[in-house]
Write a protein that binds this ligand. Structure first.
Ligand code: SAM
Length: 185
């Protein structure tokens, strides 16, 4: 399966698919954190390159409900961010998953098809993650564990905090590759 992982610098979803024999590439404005197939640039330039599946992690800075107290000051940024999400959802790719935290995508575009938690995939933490799915089944939890710590909110401040907070959980990356990678291309 040819898989595009849009807006990913960590390589986690990309490498989970590659480990299962797929032809996957990540794309981000930033360089890839770990070596692997990566397009460093605007994902809009590669959407039409013949992919079977896209997993997209668009920026949530102007969309996440956790930042609601700043919404009135960033309406133009929100319009732009929502247009980017709409463009990803409408990409010419047969199977698409768009991932974001609880955000205004739900009220301004459509409700998510699924809301998952890291504790359903082997990580004892809470972080509601919404999935908007096109031609993909909801993810089935792979490893429900006990912990319910909101660890991400206790990360120390610093320039890399947003990066650490936005990393895809390995258990979720593995579930995407295992479950969606076994569908027909
Ligand atoms: C919330 S982070 C997602 C991180 C991802 N979960 C990971 O593990 O690497 C959103 C990313 O979107 C990237 N981005 C924003 N606009 C983009 C564009 N037009 N094309 C490609 N990447 C873009 C940003 O550079 C940022 O790294």
């Amino acid at each position: 399966m040819r898989v595009l992982v849009a807006c990913e610098f960590s390589g986690r979803v990309r490498d989970a698919f590659i480990a299962r024999g797929h032809d996957a590439m990540s794309c981000d404005l930033l360089p890839t954190d770990v070596p692997g197939p990566h397009h460093e640039g605007d994902v809009r330039d590669v959407l039409g390159d013949g992919w079977d599946l896209m997993v997209a992690h668009p920026p949530c800075t102007h969309l996440a409900v956790s930042g609601a107290r700043w919404f009135k000051d960033k309406q133009a940024e929100q319009v732009e961010a929502l247009d980017f999400v709409r463009l990803l959802m409408a990409a010419p790719i047969p199977r698409i998953a768009v991932e974001n935290p609880v955000s205004i995508i739900s009220s301004r575009i459509r409700r998510p098809d699924q809301i998952i938690q890291p504790w359903q995939f082997g990580h004892g933490e809470t972080k509601a993650t919404c999935l908007w799915l096109t031609n993909l089944p909801p993810l089935v939890p792979t490893d429900v564990v006990d912990g319910r710590e909101a660890v991400v909110h206790r990360m120390p401040p610093g320039p890399d905090r947003w990066k650490l907070r936005s990393l895809t959980y390995q258990g979720i990356a593995d579930a995407m590759a295992e479950q969606w990678g076994s569908l027909d291309a």
